[in-house]
Design a binder for this molecule. Structure first.
Ligand code: ATP
Length: 229
């Protein structure tokens, strides 16, 4: 069943239009990679899904329900969990406080987050601001999981991290797919890792969806043309 669906979505920052026609679907249990060069509209698309930016045209539905006019907190309550670009943990709060602040009833609790990220368990009394970048990223993912989402959106979750930390994050993403069947929408520049976990890819170019298909169908020609690799 389709969980999230965007059809012809447009959005602007003031008078400056950033999205011109985004089409994107994520089915239950599916992992979708949203790709495209810098500045093409991936983060803006995520912001419109989470209602952090108004949708000016097109349709955004979650489980068939139009969410384009809902406030952000209601979209979150419907089951859209966001791990935003730049992590944004609450620095002065401890690891446990960050997790508790996000908690909603469901399968995910702090113990389960610590099972996914054992590094966080020994740091549960430590302030988030004192964690390494990778640990803060783990905390940001854990915090989003504590909301017990149906769909988890990861925006550049491995950006700027040391290779070992990146490997840990990808291992966790793979576990989430394998063990929980959580639907995931992932924006990331690591093509190799995305290819290992995603079912489908959507390529965004200048605010438009220009290609959608099984990740295995991404040819070298397409990646060169749209991703510059
Ligand atoms: P990146 O990989 O660099 O994050 P992206 O694909 O996520 O790129 P967006 O951040 O969505 O791209 O940017 C899409 C367009 O919207 C760009 O032209 C960008 O300059 C513009 N834009 C992004 N944020 C704002 C903002 N707060 N105000 C005005 N324009 C913005």
């Amino acid at each position: 069943m389709t969980l999230l669906s965007l059809c012809g979505v447009t959005a602007s920052y003031g008078v400056s239009q950033a999205l011109f026609g985004i089409d994107l679907d994520v089915a239950e249990g599916e992992v979708v990679a949203m790709m495209g060069r810098n500045g093409m509209g991936k983060t803006t698309t995520i912001r419109t899904i989470c209602r952090l930016l108004p949708v000016t045209g097109g349709r955004v539905t979650f489980e068939g329900r139009d969410i384009a006019a809902l406030p952000a907190y209601k979209v979150a309550r419907l089951g859209v969990g966001l791990v935003p670009e730049g992590r944004r943990c609450f620095g002065p709060l401890t690891v446990m406080e960050n997790l508790s602040a996000a908690a909603r009833t469901g399968q995910w609790d702090a113990a389960r987050v610590f099972g996914l990220f054992p590094q966080l368990e020994s740091r549960q009394g430590q302030r988030a601001a004192s964690l390494s970048g990778g640990e803060q990223q783990m905390l940001a993912i854990g915090r989003a999981l504590m909301t017990n989402p149906r769909l988890l959106i990861l925006d550049e979750a491995t950006e700027g991290l040391a290779p070992l930390m990146r490997a840990d994050i990808w291992a966790a993403v793979n576990r989430l797919k394998r063990e929980t069947g959580l639907a995931l929408l992932i924006v990331d520049k690591s093509l190799k890792e995305l290819a290992g976990v995603a079912d489908r890819a959507v390529i965004v170019e200048r605010g438009n969806t220009v290609w959608t298909g099984a990740i295995g169908q991404l040819t070298a020609d397409l990646t060169e043309r749209y991703l510059g690799v």
